[in-house]
Design a protein around this ligand. Structure first.
Ligand code: PRX
Length: 636
């Protein structure tokens, strides 16, 4: 993209000719698709659905009769694993690499589609023999290892619902998820490697299952790190022993379009994180389209999404999306800085990665180490770059674009959420790019920017981002919380999905994301509600009251800052640093290392709203020295 222009102080990058010529969707096709989808979005998504294989096709494209409980492709029968795996076995993809996995220590494993298929079938058979079947919830508490992908696919293959819990979460959180979901089976590993450390996982599962956790019948333990772990004879089984004798063919369960595929917990403003449910049919249709059109997949691609499989980015763009597209997906277990800051570039060069999809927090971290590390490796195989999870500031965008993409690779800043399942607002490889903008909605996706009442705002004005038509990969609901689904996502009506983000459109119609409108922090790309961290503080006896706000951090984007009113007995203690250490450790133990509390300030009072709730925004405004835009505050 040598053709760079500065228009109205904004950098603009026009697509290079070879990108346009080779793109799966060229600008004319994109424009045609946009207008066709705008005129008849149901026909557009139906066309996309026809590109996949179904056991039975739908009676209707969309059933909106119970809106906002929209149901896509009702009457259809399918299984996402049929499209992600089974169908490839009858094609030339059979012997193509499906997965390249690399451990932090440099060990690696490769699976062709056929090998992956056989492994998935073995585990599927083993799970069936354990009595797991359609609709059962299986909790996966696993690091980024091949068995994580295998377990997800095996669950889906038999119609069970996988529920991953990020391996950075605490025993308490794991226990809450297991009991809420009434999981019969937990799959975990003995431990894993991260930044040179050996981290034990099985002990956390044991802690989570202590006492009266009666739903779990079996814990399957993958041997990743050769750790000597305690195995409960009645409950625990070794993964290898379990699958060794199993047959490598297994029937794929026929599921209905809206049968749940997975449940993934994500933070909302109030209370506990909620289990977002995604199904087989609509999810696979949007994934297939996004891999084909946005990521422009070609037969020779090697696709690396650096997200952890436990989060939505990993579900969609490490596991299901690349496999549905029949491409080779890459998984790296460890830390980007291990053993030094060139690890990612080394991986790109060694495997000839062509598409790299990552998160701003990782780019910012690597940027700090300068260009000497990327310069150590040949990155010329890269042809597309992507980012998700947070805004890319202009300097970070340009660093990534110039030093990693060598100004040759379109950089796609994609906006989406756990709830949306797949990319919603994004440039295409052929788009004219503006660093910092997430560009336009995908064809078939309609958005608006509104005031708090749902009235559309003119270009240039920041407002609430709403999605104004249902889309196939939308969440099916919240596990066990039907009412909350309606209140949380459709407060303005059944044709306005409330994303919880503030954004604006510029004069060219491109979308710029400003951040969340609600009390949710984005710590290194992880979504954590302020209230979750406050609740963790409140379980410590020293804390009388607390307010948590997100404050800017150069690497993590945001970290938590807590304002604490101590209980009288603790308020008189002289060693405040010791109290701070104690509270930080406590929150880390409650939530896991994901919730980074950078600082704690002791205060005597906290600002409150008229209804008595803590006014976090007042604290935030005084912390950052900014004014509060009252019009955009969600009423409490
Ligand atoms: O605030 C937006 C931010 O991440 C939120 C969704 O978080 P989560 O459900 O964890 O999913 C993250 C990965 C899909 C959004 O509400 N976000 C996501 N993508 C972007 C973003 N903010 C700015 N720019 C993005 N490209």
């Amino acid at each position: 993209m040598k053709d760079t222009e500065v228009i109205a102080e904004e950098l603009v990058f026009r697509p290079l000719p070879h990108v346009v010529i080779e793109a799966n969707v060229n600008p004319q096709e994109f424009a045609t698709a946009q207008s066709a989808a705008a005129a008849d979005y149901l026909a557009y998504w139906e066309d996309a659905a026809h590109e996949l294989e179904w056991f039975r096709k739908w009676d209707q494209v969309l059933d909106a009769s119970q809106a906002p409980a929209y149901r896509w492709f009702p009457g259809a029968q399918c299984n996402i694993v049929h499209n992600a795996l089974d169908r490839h076995i009858a094609t030339a993809n059979k012997n193509k690499l499906a997965l390249i996995w690399e451990g932090e220590a440099g060990d690696s494993k490769k699976f062709t589609y056929y090998e992956l298929y056989r492994e998935v079938n073995r585990l599927a058979n083993a799970m069936r023999s354990l009595g797991i079947g359609k609709g059962d919830r299986v909790v996966l508490y696993l690091p980024l290892i091949p068995q994580t992908m295998i377990a997800m696919l095996a669950c889906a293959k038999i119609g069970a619902i996988h529920c991953t819990v990020f391996a950075g979460f605490s025993a308490k959180i794991l226990r809450r998820r297991i009991t809420e979901l009434r999981a019969k089976l937990v799959i975990t590993a003995d431990g894993f490697y991260r930044n040179g450390h050996l981290i034990s996982l099985k002990t956390i599962v044991d802690e989570a299952l202590m006492g009266d956790c009666d739903c779990v019948e079996t814990v399957v333990v993958v041997n990743r790190a050769n750790l000597d772990v305690d195995m409960s004879e009645a409950r625990d089984m070794c993964y290898d022993a379990l699958v060794r004798q199993e047959h490598s063919e297994a029937a794929t369960e026929i599921v209905s379009a809206d049968d749940p595929l997975f449940i993934l917990h994500t933070s909302g403003t109030t209370g506990e994180p909620k289990g977002v449910i995604h199904g087989h049919a609509g999810y696979m249709v949007c994934l297939h389209r996004s891999l084909d059109w946005i990521f422009d997949i070609k037969p020779t691609d090697i696709f690396w999404c650096t997200g952890d499989a436990a989060w939505i980015t990993g579900h969609s763009y490490v596991v299901y999306g690349p496999l549905i597209a029949g491409t080779t997906t890459v998984m790296y277990e460890g830390h980007p800085l291990y053993p030094q800051a060139d690890r990612m570039w080394d991986i790109v060069a060694r495997y000839g990665i062509t598409i790299l999809y990552t998160v701003p927090t990782v780019i910012r971290m690597l940027m700090r180490y300068g260009t000497q590390y990327p310069r150590m490796h040949d990155l010329s195989t890269l042809r597309l770059l992507g980012s998700v999870g947070e805004s890319l500031s202009r300097d970070v965008w340009l660093w990534f674009y110039k030093n990693i993409g060598h100004s040759q690779c379109p950089l796609l800043d994609t906006w989406w959420q756990t709830e949306t399942g797949t990319c919603m607002i994004t440039p295409f490889p052929v788009s004219v790019l503006k660093p910092g903008a997430v560009h336009r909605p995908m064809p078939g996706v309609s958005i608006a920017l509104t005031d708090s009442q749902g009235k559309s705002l003119p270009a240039g004005e920041a407002g609430h981002l709403v999605i104004t038509r249902p889309w196939p990969s939308m969440l099916l609901g919240l596990y066990g919380k039907e009412e909350l689904y309606q209140h949380t996502y459709w407060p303005l009506g059944i044709d306005m999905y409330w994303a919880g983000d503030i954004a604006r459109r510029d004069e060219d119609g491109l979308v710029w994301i400003h951040g969340r409108s609600d009390d949710i922090m984005n710590i290194a790309g992880h979504r954590i509600a302020n209230q979750e961290v406050e609740n963790a503080f409140l379980t410590h006896k020293a804390v009388a009251e607390v307010a948590v706000i997100g404050v800017a951090d150069k690497i993590k984007g945001e970290v938590a800052k807590a304002f604490v009113i101590l209980q009288p007995d603790f308020a008189v203690l002289d060693d405040r640093n010791e109290v701070i250490r104690m509270l930080k450790n406590h929150v880390r133990k409650e939530l896991g290392p994901v919730a980074v509390v950078r600082s704690i300030e002791f205060v005597n009072t906290l600002p409150k709203t008229r209804s008595g709730k803590i006014a976090r925004r007042v604290l935030k405004a005084s912390e950052t020295g900014t004014d509060i835009d009252i019009s955009l505050i969600t009423e409490d």
